[in-house]
Design a protein around this ligand. Structure first.
Ligand code: XUL
Ligand code: MN
Length: 350
């Protein structure tokens, strides 16, 4: 944890999938696998207190296990987290690997596949409860279409809302954080932006418990500014978490190091989070960054520590940003002067 000059103490988190073997669709894995369970010992020394989980990160092979077996394994993970001084931030159902989710889960055209997706999500809620996580994250990976005519989009949105309500009803304390993404792996994803997610929240049976998780790269892939997306969620008190990273234009989801493609956009994300007091109620600064395929060794963790370090440098930039200069420029409507000030401040000159 890092105590900065003002009150917010930022806590950082990431998920075990961020430590990877470096495979991509064009080539094999380039690093030897690092033992899944051993990853948790890396968090604290790297300056991270929170763990983001997929349900089967907690309970591998969960589809073949009984509720008692799932509960036992999740209890073991809870004990391990306690021993390491770590917190479970959220658990997300991995609804994009199983044969039942080839064409989506909640929005599949198959009733039995939709039932699988709901059952799996409720098991995820059980796991979240066991490990002490306050939320489940819905990254709606395959809830979308490859060709428009294959699904009824209106019905699909109704089905997503119906599922959200069933989860809220199943556990009266759990929160649902929707992580919007506009594409990949589907061509067109349902719930592509935070606006869609928040509309679903208000339409749900318990709006207070439905929030968003904003990933910088996902917002950029939708052609949007990540800091504005965050501000929108914050204005509704609905920013459950963030996945800070970066993206170099409209390509595949790159998950680049935070600030590595657009430092100014990263500065503005930190500025919006700081100005709103994000983190003061225990919200985590989550990272979703991919190791470069070229990086050698195992485990590779520099992308995580670099992104964390960059975030903290940007916090300093936000805290030393001269609000009086900003006020004067805004009052005079001299945005040229404001822009030059921002750029020079980021460069550390003038
Ligand atoms: C996918 C993505 C996921 C979610 C968690 O692009 O960002 O890793 O963050 O399932
Ligand atoms: Mn993400």
């Amino acid at each position: 944890m890092d105590r900065m000059s003002t009150s917010t103490i930022y806590r950082f988190s990431f998920g075990p999938w961020n430590i990877s073997e470096g495979g991509d669709p064009f080539g094999p894995e380039v690093r030897s696998a690092y033992d899944h369970e051993a990853k948790y010992a890396l968090f604290k020394p790297m300056g991270f207190d929170g763990v983001q989980f997929h349900d089967d990160d907690v309970v591998p092979g969960m589809d073949d296990l009984s509720p008692e077996q799932i509960s036992r394994k999740a209890g073991e993970v809870k004990g391990m987290l306690g021993n390491q001084g770590l917190f479970a931030e959220f658990v997300a159902p991995r609804l994009w690997f199983a044969p039942q989710t080839v064409d989506g889960g909640y929005t599949s055209n198959s009733a039995s596949d939709r039932q699988y997706a709901l059952d799996r999500t409720l098991k995820t809620v059980d796991i979240a409860r066991e490990v002490g996580a306050p939320a489940v994250v819905l990254w709606l990976a395959r809830e979308g279409s490859y060709i428009r005519e294959s699904k009824n989009a209106k019905l699909a949105y109704e089905r997503i809302l119906e599922t959200i309500n069933k989860v809220l009803d199943y556990d009266k304390a759990i929160e649902i954080w929707i992580e919007p993404k506009p594409n990949e792996p589907t061509d067109q994803a349902y719930v592509p932006t935070i606006g869609h997610a928040i509309a679903l929240a208000y339409a749900s049976s318990d709006p207070k418990r439905v929030k968003g998780l904003i990933e910088s790269a996902h917002a950029m892939l939708a052609g949007l500014d990540a800091s504005d997306e965050m501000a929108f969620a914050l204005a509704h008190d609905k920013l459950g978490s963030v996945h800070l990273n970066d993206q170099n234009g409209l390509k595949y989801d790159q998950d680049k190091n935070f600030g590595s493609a657009n430092l100014r956009a990263a500065f503005n994300q930190v500025r919006v989070l700081e100005e709103s007091g994000y983190g003061s109620k225990g919200e985590f600064i989550g990272l979703d960054v991919k190791a470069m395929r070229t990086q050698q060794g195992s485990p590779v963790t520099a992308h995580l520590t670099s992104s964390r370090e960059l975030f903290l440098h940007l916090v300093e930039k936000v805290r030393t940003y001269d609000r009086e200069i900003e006020r004067q420029c805004v009052e005079a409507r001299d945005y040229e002067a404001l822009e030059l000030y921002v750029l020079k401040h980021l460069m550390g000159v003038g």
